[in-house]
Design a protein around this ligand. Sequence first.
Ligand SMILES: [Ca+2]
Length: 566
Amino acid sequence: MIAKNYPPLIIRKYLYLKTVLGQLIQTRGQLGVSRRGCSSMNPHLADCGETTGHYQGHNPIMRLSTPLFALLAVVLSAADRPNILFILTDDQGYGDVSAHGNPILKTPNLDKLRGESVRFTDFQVSPTCAPTRSALLTGRHEFKNGVTHTILERERMALGAATLTEQLQKAGYRTGIFGKWHLGDEAEYQPNKRGFDEVFIHGAGGIGQSYPGSCGDVPGNSYYGPTILHNGRFVKTSGYCTDEFFAQATKWIEGEVAAKRPFLAWVATNAPHSPYNARPEDAALYEGKGLGKDTENFFGMLHNIDQNVGKILAKLEALGVAQDTLVVFMNDNGGTAGVKVFNAGMRAAKGSPYMGGIRAISFWRLPGRFQPADVKALSAHVDFAPTILDLTGTTASATMQAQMEGRSLLPLLTAKVGQDVAWPDRTLFTHVGRWGNMLKGVDPEVGKYAQTSVRTARWHLVSAAPIPQPGQKAGGKKGKSPKSVAPAPQSPADIKQAQANWQLFDLSVDYGETTDVAAEHPEVVKDLIAKHDAWWKECRPLMVNENVAGPAENPFKVLYREQMRK
Ligand SMILES: [Ca+2]
């Protein structure tokens, strides 16, 4: 089920077409190649598990005649190397879509996209921002990328991690990021060093943020006319942040389409993350409903995102590439300012290991190849990279292959509605991280059992013990953490390894996690705790950002000041 076990799609295509054409020559019959009909060469079926080495041994391409090679190159159309438009919103929740049942928010363009997509209805991400982004790009859990927080150097994606975009670049794709990066603001961590050709981003985790060390944006930056780092140079924009990111992505896509190059556009909005600051006309749509200013603005920001999604999808149609472009829409963690209105029946929100903290929207549209349907299979952000590699026929580097923990979702995406697809049960780990304070010599072991969980398709084992914050007063700094993050310990006596406080939920009958059934299923609890502890042991040596001192000043500030002098 993992992409790395399959030979490259392109080689299989050659092999298949060679076989078909060979038969054609022999029989002088009619050529009738059907994508749906080539089940024996379907790369997504379990019986196609031959290795790349096997095909290399036969050297099939080298034995093709030149005219045949040319013919096959023509047959290998854009459909074999689809473009990818990936839209990732920040702090939107699963419930913040009207088609998911939200009684107030209206998202007509997301609803339409949903109707045209495969929807993973049990799709997990991480509880906060940077962790999810690192898992998407690497195909492995964020802790193994060194990402155990969203600030204080612990948001930096380890330099030894391979990325999806590096693989795509090598395969001839063009790659662009527009909006939020949040995996390191120092030069060597920047997206242009992690597989992106085109970079149009703000710094830190949000526009205008600044923390001690490296994580910080341009000083005084605003949602209106933000200053943006564009391929190494700061540019002053004039519009609202989300509008600017979509507009730049659209412009870049137009150029790539004109140049006939396959592309991946990574559009990651900072909205609707706090501060809740919508365009006035968008917030006004939700005034007078008793929501309060924050939620009015939060819904207004989502309205604006929805409008931009509609526009960019219309642009794909206008450019004639909608049929050849995979569109994926996702959010990066559980809900925030909208959960009081609607949380799809889930427990908790962003910053929690309960399902309300980690279940995400996951729409995948590829017209003609993916039949719209709900898919219940347990799936996750770590599946994103293997799926894109599989779909595009990209051979991953040895490092990428070795690090990926996710599965290709392609068998589920390409299945016909109602078709059964083998999807063995799996174990997924969630951990909020955020323990301690760097420069205090904190051992990550203090956080082992704080805000952590283990998932299988049916079970969710959760320990929601408070996160130890040595050296801080209870509650931490006001406004720096989401309210859903557990409060800090009350006294220095609490600065010790948090005790596990396990609860077990049967998600098959209790997705809202209302009833702890740990006492009824001690064997399940024991098994999942053992898996958790083994997983934690694997992660520890890879937590490379603990207790690391960052620079005295945010690199974005330094670079900005240097460029303003010139
Ligand atoms: Ca987020």
